[in-house]
Design a protein around this ligand. Structure first.
Ligand SMILES: [Zn+2]
Length: 256
């Protein structure tokens, strides 16, 4: 069985039991451990440094942009950490225009634009949070000729996914696909090409399937994708694994 790649989890927010049980499984899985805010950055780098197959992503999530006073300092620190810690990807960053976050819209836009600009200067990939902001995110990515991005927990329709897929961006498919009541995610998976999909748990935050271990969840998501697309489980696991490594540029710079 090829390896599973969780392209979006918050490793530093796991409880110690999960971290301990994961350690024994690291020959079977790889993880991208995203950050939410600057206070996550150093703990995330520290924790990931103990594991060969866990990669830290640094960034400011659109829900955590409140403090414009620290904006310039945050960016300078991010710039430095990217160099000193050999960071490959920024995340999670993005835009959230759902009603409860509209108040910070202009601050979100500043943070997002600055982080995208940083990724261009440093040649970094992006892990993107996007809610009710598909046009704004797409135009920012396209306008900066971004080549490698994951649309984490993609929540749009398959029609909304198309321009992202056409740009070569990957769609993060999470535990929501395990909810058999919802046909939206099923349609998305059905119509998107298999090589545009990657796996994610968004653990420990997404509650669907929370009673499963991380590996069980990744496996269940893969099985569901295989059933919807009528391909083998092995094909789903190996294709999503390769796509995740491609986004991280791991096929170009061998770190094993
Ligand atoms: Zn997340």
């Amino acid at each position: 069985m090829p390896k599973l790649f969780d392209t979006h989890c918050h490793f530093i927010d796991f409880d110690i039991d999960t971290i301990t049980s994961l350690t024994s499984l690291l020959s079977n899985i790889e993880l991208l451990s995203v950050s939410k805010s600057p206070s996550d950055w150093s703990p995330n780098i520290d924790l990931c440094s103990h594991y060969q197959n866990i990669y830290p992503a640094l960034g400011v999530h659109p829900w955590y942009v409140h403090d414009l006073n620290s904006f310039e300092n945050d960016l300078m620190r991010l710039d430095e950490l990217v160099n000193s810690e050999h960071i490959r990807i920024l995340g999670e960053i993005g835009l959230d225009f759902a009603a409860e976050y509209l108040l910070t819209r202009s601050i979100q836009e500043r943070y997002f634009a600055a982080q995208v600009e940083l990724s261009v200067r440093k040649g970094l990939s992006l892990s993107i949070h996007c809610r009710k902001a598909f046009d704004a995110v797409l135009s920012e990515l396209k306008g900066n000729n971004i080549e490698r991005a994951v649309m984490h927990g993609f929540s749009g329709s398959h029609e909304q996914a198309k321009p992202f897929v056409d740009m070569g961006y990957k769609l993060g498919i999470g535990s929501q696909i395990l909810n058999l009541q919802s046909t939206k995610y099923e349609k998305l998976v059905k119509y998107a090409p298999l090589d545009s999909l990657v796996l994610e748990t968004d653990a420990p935050y997404v509650k669907v399937g929370a009673d499963m271990s991380l590996v069980q969840r990744l496996q269940a998501i893969s099985e569901r994708i295989a059933a919807i697309k009528m391909v083998s489980l092995e094909e789903v696991v190996s294709t999503t694994y390769n796509s995740a490594r491609l986004i991280l540029g791991l096929n170009y710079h061998d770190v094993e």
